[in-house]
Design a protein around this ligand. Structure first.
Ligand SMILES: Cc1cc2nc3c(=O)[nH]c(=O)nc-3n(C[C@H](O)[C@H](O)[C@H](O)COP(=O)(O)O)c2cc1C
Length: 219
């Protein structure tokens, strides 16, 4: 059922209009959308927002549908690559980054694995030290994603983490990576206790997710 929903959001959420900047670019990093709680809640919240604001443009991609090799350090380190060296981001990654840059808000939906993000998302972020991902190829010092806003939707199985532990699970993206991308306005929703989650709690989290997303849109 969740799979079906993704198809709808991928295609039919796209509405052409004259605005240059589109609204929400969603990067999912989950191999099992059918059973994902964060995806279920995130997509439902987006669907409700779309229902209320019909002109909004939302695009959803799943990193598992792309081929991005593991980042490897190039010869003397990434910052030493000269402009004329024929090195480029992997094709799929370039495609994602080019596309996401035309959106105002980036939403990341991913599971908590070992108290952090899954490797596929970490690899996506690892590539940001490479030209073309955070900076352009001209060697500009302006981060490419400056002035964007971001929202993280993630889920973990256990329900007994302290607030401090929960914050630590998302701080790598929230306090390190995205601010380094130039993004300062970031909010997050960590859904816990997914092992035995009730429909009532899913509904509560969906409402919270929708509310937080609305706020991010107004940041
Ligand atoms: C490799 C792996 C590592 C995990 N690590 C944790 C963890 O550190 N803490 C936790 O509470 N749950 C952990 N889980 C459980 C997931 O966080 C849980 O299934 C969650 O619902 C995943 O999000 P999703 O439902 O959106 O896919 C782990 C699951 C996997 C597969």
């Amino acid at each position: 059922m969740a799979q079906k929903k993704l198809k709808i959001t991928n295609d039919k959420f796209q509405i052409k209009n004259k605005r240059s900047m589109k609204d929400i670019y969603v990067v999912v990093a989950n191999p099992n959308l059918k059973e994902s709680i964060s995806y279920k809640i995130g997509v439902e919240a987006l669907r409700r927002i779309k229902k209320q604001k019909k002109n909004i443009e939302i695009k959803i991609i799943n990193l598992y549908d792309f081929k991005v090799p593991f980042y490897k350090t190039f010869s003397k380190g990434v910052y030493k690559i000269s402009k004329d060296q024929k090195v480029r981001l992997p094709k799929d990654l370039q495609k994602i980054v080019n596309e996401m840059r035309s959106y105002k808000i980036y939403v990341f939906i991913y599971p908590i694995w070992w108290s952090n993000m899954p490797a596929i998302l970490k690899n996506f972020f690892d590539w940001s030290v490479f030209f073309g991902m955070k900076y352009d190829f001209k060697g500009s010092k302006e981060p490419l994603h400056k002035n964007k806003r971001a929202f993280l939707i993630t889920a973990c199985g256990a329900d007994d983490y302290s607030q401090e532990e929960k914050e630590r699970m998302i701080e790598l993206i929230k306090l390190n990576i995205l601010p380094w991308w130039g993004i300062k306005k970031i909010d997050s929703l960590l859904i816990d206790g997914t092992y035995n989650i009730s429909e009532k709690r899913i509904k509560k989290y969906t409402k919270e997710c929708q509310g937080k997303l609305f706020k991010v849109m107004k940041f």
